[in-house]
Every structure is written in structure tokens, then in C-alpha cells.
Design a protein around this ligand. Structure first.
Ligand SMILES: Cc1cc2nc3c(=O)[nH]c(=O)nc-3n(C[C@H](O)[C@H](O)[C@H](O)COP(=O)(O)OP(=O)(O)OC[C@H]3O[C@@H](n4cnc5c(N)ncnc54)[C@H](O)[C@@H]3O)c2cc1C
Length: 388
């Protein structure tokens, strides 16, 4: 590798890294991304593709609203053909289903709270209307919340779209290139020791997903995450019968029917993460709990063949929202990880807001809730309490 000195080195070429790189390069900054695997190999390429405002943590709402606008106009960001390939389908709705009295009480409370905050995207939906739009739904469904503008996209193609747009904008991407060590030079620049040699940059952005906490820790930044192996399964093709994405409130339920008819089932359950090997596994009894939750909501699906399962590694923070912001210890270092299973939808807005913050030298207001020092005075017992 030559003596190139970049404005920014991004560790991790998932959707967050590529989106940030894209917007920085379009602002005229020189950017290199290193990924120890292939961009999109991990969470960004294997997720469920859900694009939802529904049931978001309210602190994420403003960023998520901006992201939804950007998904809606994806063509203007990545170009016509990559946007088409990304199969963004908004307006199909996402529905949170209440199957018992406790969940129904939660639905009413959440609905009131969102209205009080001025958010009208989550509407109350009756059992009668649910039966009309969700054929095969269990009689026990009591009602729920619907976010009619939500939908989904194709995660692998969307990741590729952002990667290619970033490269077209001038971002240099090194695949199979792990960051091994970061050092601060006397000039104030960062020197990164990587599989492809030394890279110098004025800024480093840690977008290493499930590995983000490890990288932060090597620099003394304690940003705890729990590493999850989020698990999915896909069934044989069925006749099209359902358009919305259906998610559970207090049970591991999440499913949609793909364009080809197969059911894609998740629900936030974790298998076995193997961070050091860069892999993860589904676990039989946990997949069974996901299947049971699906059958509780849609009993008619018993007997549908499951074709395959898969997992993806993701970091979950103690309070359920990501770390996005400058390091409190090191100048020129940002952390952007810990998306807790819902960072696919946020990525375009994260890219735009992080790039805007660096270029303008002032934190974008949409990023204020995610500051990286929010647990600095917490004890480990308090952090565990937040995680429950
Ligand atoms: C199964 C599953 C389902 C999901 N469903 C949804 C959903 O429906 N909707 C939604 O919004 N979100 C969903 N998510 C969450 C979403 O996928 C993630 O929040 C998002 O992709 C995170 O992007 P990222 O770029 O931070 O991480 P990643 O895509 O994991 O990218 C991190 C990259 O960093 C690289 N890296 C790590 N360490 C190093 C190193 N030392 N040197 C160089 N490179 C390194 C890795 O190789 C990796 O490519 C789901 C996640 C999973 C796993």
C-alpha cells in the first residue's frame, strides 16, 4: 500500500460504513473502507429487510422518519437500476399484533403515548379489521397497531447498491482486510495497521457492527454490547395471502411473505454467536419458539415445510438504541454500531447525518440521543438492569 493519507478511514463495510462513506465522498472527502470480510457479508446483507417506524424507541423516531424519506427516494441516492434491485416496498404496512389482554393494554398505552408526542404513524387497528387483512389469523387476536407506510426491501441488494454508489463517488474499499491496531501519531493523524498494510487518516469511524465494542475497547472506550446471533427461517412457497409484515409485542413473532410466496420468519431470537470465527448458528429449541409464536398467530400454517434457517451477528446496547457519535476520549474517532436489530432501516439517515456532522464540525441534531458517553457513569449492575 502506498502513502495515501485519507480524510477518513471507516472500519467495516456494512450498510452503515458504506452509507457514511458515500455521503462523505459526495462532500469531497477522501475515504477508505476496510472490511475483514466482504461488505454486506454480515448483518447488513442477511437481515430481514424490514423498513419500519412501528414500535421504534421514541428516541429513534426523528432519525427513522428521515430514513424512511430516503428509502422512498432511493433512486436519487444510488441510481435507478440499483434502487430497482433493492426492491423497496413501502406502504405494505407493518402490524404489531396483540394476542392477550396484557399486550392489548400495552397497545392502548403506546397508542396514547405516541399521539401525545405528536406521532400519528401508529394507528390502532381492531380485531375485525385485522381478520379482514390477515387471512388465517387466529380468533384470539384482540387488536393491534398498524403503521401503514412501513414495508421492506431486499437487504443484500440494498447493501450492494450503497457499496457501489460509495465506490462510484470515489470511496476506496479493501475487502478481506482486517483492522489490527489503531495508533495516534504525533501529527494528530490515525495510523491503522491492517491486513493490507498501514493506512493513515485524519478521522476513523468504527462501523464494525458486532465487533464494534471490541475495537472501541482497544482504545479504552467502554461501549458495552450484547452480541446476538439473530435467527431467521424461510418456508416453502405458498400462494400469496398476506401483504403486511406482522410482528409480536411480547413474543418472538415476526414474519412476512416474500414476493415469491415463501414466508420469512424472525422474531428477534438469538442463536449462538461465534464472534472470533465471524459466524453464528441457529439453535433448535429457539427456532421452535419462533415457529410456535407464528403458529399461535396463524394456526393454519402448521405443516408448512421450513427450507432453511440462518443467523446474522448484531450488537445490542443496554438501552436498545445504537451508539452514534464521537468518542469521548479520542479526537478524530467516531463510533457507529450497536443497532440492536433495527439498523437496516436507519442506515441512509445515519450515513447522511454522520457525514454532515463531520463536514460541518457540529453534531447533527438527529444524532443527539445516541451519544457514546451515555453510560459512562453507570455501574455494571445498572447496565444489566437496562438490558432486561
Ligand atoms: C437476522 C437479522 C435480521 C435483521 N432484521 C432487520 C430488519 O428487519 N430491519 C432492520 O432495520 N434491521 C434489521 N437487522 C439489523 C441490521 O441488519 C443491522 O442493524 C445493520 O445491518 C447493521 O449494519 P452495520 O453496518 O453496523 O453492521 P454489519 O453489516 O455487521 O457490518 C459490520 C462490518 O464490519 C466488519 N468488521 C468487523 N470487524 C472488523 C475489523 N477488525 N476490520 C475490518 N472490518 C471489520 C465486518 O466484516 C462487517 O462487514 C437485522 C439483523 C439481523 C442479523
Amino acid at each position: 500500500m502506498g502513502n495515501r493519507v485519507d480524510d477518513v478511514l471507516i472500519i467495516g463495510g456494512g450498510l452503515q460504513g458504506c452509507a457514511i462513506g458515500l455521503f462523505l465522498a459526495r462532500s469531497g472527502w477522501t475515504v477508505t473502507i476496510v472490511d475483514k470480510a466482504v461488505p454486506g457479508r454480515h448483518a447488513s446483507g442477511v437481515n430481514a429487510g424490514g423498513l419500519r417506524l412501528l414500535m421504534r424507541d421514541v428516541r429513534e423516531y426523528p432519525l427513522s422518519l428521515r430514513a424512511m424519506e430516503m428509502w422512498r427516494s432511493l433512486e436519487s441516492i444510488v441510481g435507478y437500476a440499483p434502487a430497482q434491485a433493492s426492491e423497496v416496498r413501502l406502504g405494505f404496512s407493518q402490524i404489531a399484533l396483540a394476542l392477550d389482554d396484557a399486550e392489548m393494554q400495552w397497545v392502548h398505552a403506546r397508542h396514547q403515548e405516541m399521539l401525545r408526542r405528536g406521532y400519528t404513524h401508529e394507528e390502532f387497528i381492531t380485531a375485525h379489521e385485522l381478520q379482514r387483512i390477515l387471512p388465517g389469523l387466529a380468533d384470539s387476536a384482540l387488536g393491534g397497531l398498524i403503521s401503514r407506510g412501513d414495508g421492506h426491501a431486499n437487504p443484500a441488494n440494498a447493501s450492494l447498491a450503497f457499496r457501489q454508489a460509495a465506490e462510484s463517488a470515489g470511496v476506496l474499499i479493501h475487502e478481506q482486510c482486517a483492522l489490527k491496531q489503531l495508533n495516534k501519531l504525533s501529527s494528530g493523524r490515525w495510523s491503522a495497521d491492517t491486513d493490507h498494510g498501514v493506512i493513515e487518516a485524519n478521522w476513523v469511524i468504527n462501523c464494525a457492527g458486532a465487533w464494534g465494542s471490541q475495537i472501541a475497547a482497544t482504545l479504552g472506550d467502554e461501549l458495552p454490547i450484547r452480541v446476538l446471533a439473530l435467527s431467521m427461517m424461510v418456508t416453502a412457497r405458498m400462494k400469496p395471502f398476506i401483504e403486511p409484515v406482522v410482528i409480536g409485542i411480547d413474543r418472538p413473532l415476526s414474519f412476512k411473505q416474500s414476493a415469491v410466496g415463501s414466508l420469512v420468519i424472525g422474531g428477534g431470537i438469538s442463536g449462538k454467536p461465534c464472534l472470533d470465527d465471524g459466524t453464528s448458528f441457529t439453535i433448535m429449541d429457539r427456532m421452535a419458539s419462533s415457529a410456535n409464536a407464528t403458529l399461535e398467530a396463524f394456526p393454519a400454517l402448521a405443516g408448512v415445510p421450513v427450507l432453511r434457517t440462518w443467523t446474522g451477528l448484531e450488537g445490542s446496547t443496554p438501552d436498545g438504541i445504537p451508539y452514534i457519535g464521537p468518542s469521548s476520549r479520542h479526537e478524530g474517532l467516531w463510533h457507529v454500531f450497536g443497532f440492536c436489530g433495527h439498523g437496516f432501516q436507519l442506515a441512509p439517515a445515519v450515513g447522511e447525518a454522520v457525514a454532515h456532522s463531520l463536514v460541518s464540525s457540529s453534531l447533527h441534531p438527529l444524532l443527539e440521543p445516541f451519544n457514546t458517553s451515555r453510560f459512562m457513569s453507570s455501574t455494571s449492575a445498572e447496565l444489566q438492569g437496562l438490558q432486561q
